[in-house]
Design a protein around this ligand. Structure first.
Ligand code: HEC
Length: 224
């Protein structure tokens, strides 16, 4: 008899003990659950690389030759051996000078403004089915290979955190960094928003019975 009856009591005592442990771990102003992220965990998320100066590029390096091997194994099935694109998968090379054509071909070579962005993109998103599986050295090598396919770097190029920001991409100077549209200079306002760039309110929905005012579940919840 006794052992099976005593079990629920023991269990609940255990639950209370566990809750007590959490409560004592709580810092003032916190709820006492979750845990502080470790530097390693934060490093796992903090992988962004800035385009123009390559800030955030990790240690490591890779050659065009090594990149051609990794590319053949991991990328060519979709992007073609020379970046020409299989089926409807994107081309990674070519298209230079086509951006003003009726059928422009935007690729890494013809369109992208910064080489470090290529590292960043591959590192976070490719290979498409298994992202985040490549080493930094492999991503550097792939970056070198794709830049070489586009005739942007020579065969003996070594990609690393020093060399990539120095690569001048063909379309680099054709991006506009300031937005010349007049409405982007408007300052925000919450009332009396008229003037050259402001909006004149000519009518409102108020009084047109567009939003039912009858008491529904939402009103009931809010009034509680
Ligand atoms: C299973 C197919 C597949 C594989 C394998 C694959 N990719 Fe991709 N890749 C894609 C698709 C699909 C896109 C477009 C994704 C999008 O636009 O959201 C893409 C986009 C890209 C782009 C951006 C192209 C652009 O101009 O927008 C790059 C660079 C790239 N892949 C590199 C690689 C590299 C390097 C590898 C090997 C490590 C790889 N991909 C493996 C399917 C694949």
């Amino acid at each position: 008899m006794s052992s099976s009856r005593r079990l629920p009591l023991l269990l609940s005592a255990g639950v209370i003990a566990a809750a007590g442990a959490f409560a004592s771990a709580a810092e003032p102003g916190h709820f006492g659950y979750g845990q502080r992220a470790t530097p390693e965990q934060i490093a796992g998320w903090d992988i962004d690389v800035r385009g123009d100066d390559g800030m955030g590029l990790p240690a490591g390096k890779g050659t065009v030759e090594k990149g051609s091997q990794v590319f053949a194994d991991q990328c060519a099935a979709c992007h073609g051996t020379f970046g020409e694109g299989e089926g409807r998968y994107p081309k990674l090379a070519g298209g230079t000078g086509t951006l003003r054509d009726d059928r422009p071909e935007p690729t890494v070579g013809s369109y992208w403004p910064f080489a470090p962005t290529l590292f960043d993109y591959i590192n976070r998103a490719m290979p498409f089915p298994t992202p985040h599986t490549l080493s930094a050295d492999d991503v550097y090598a792939l970056t070198a290979y794709i830049l070489n396919l586009n005739d942007i770097v020579p065969n003996d190029f070594v990609a690393d955190r020093e060399s990539l920001p120095k690569v001048k991409m063909p379309n680099r100077d054709h991006f506009t960094w300031t937005d010349p549209r007049p409405d982007t200079e408007a300052t925000s306002c919450m009332n009396a928003c008229t003037g050259p760039l402001g909006v004149k309110i000519t009518s409102t929905a108020e009084g047109k019975d567009l939003t039912p005012r009858t008491t529904g579940p939402l009103d009931t919840m809010q009034s509680q």
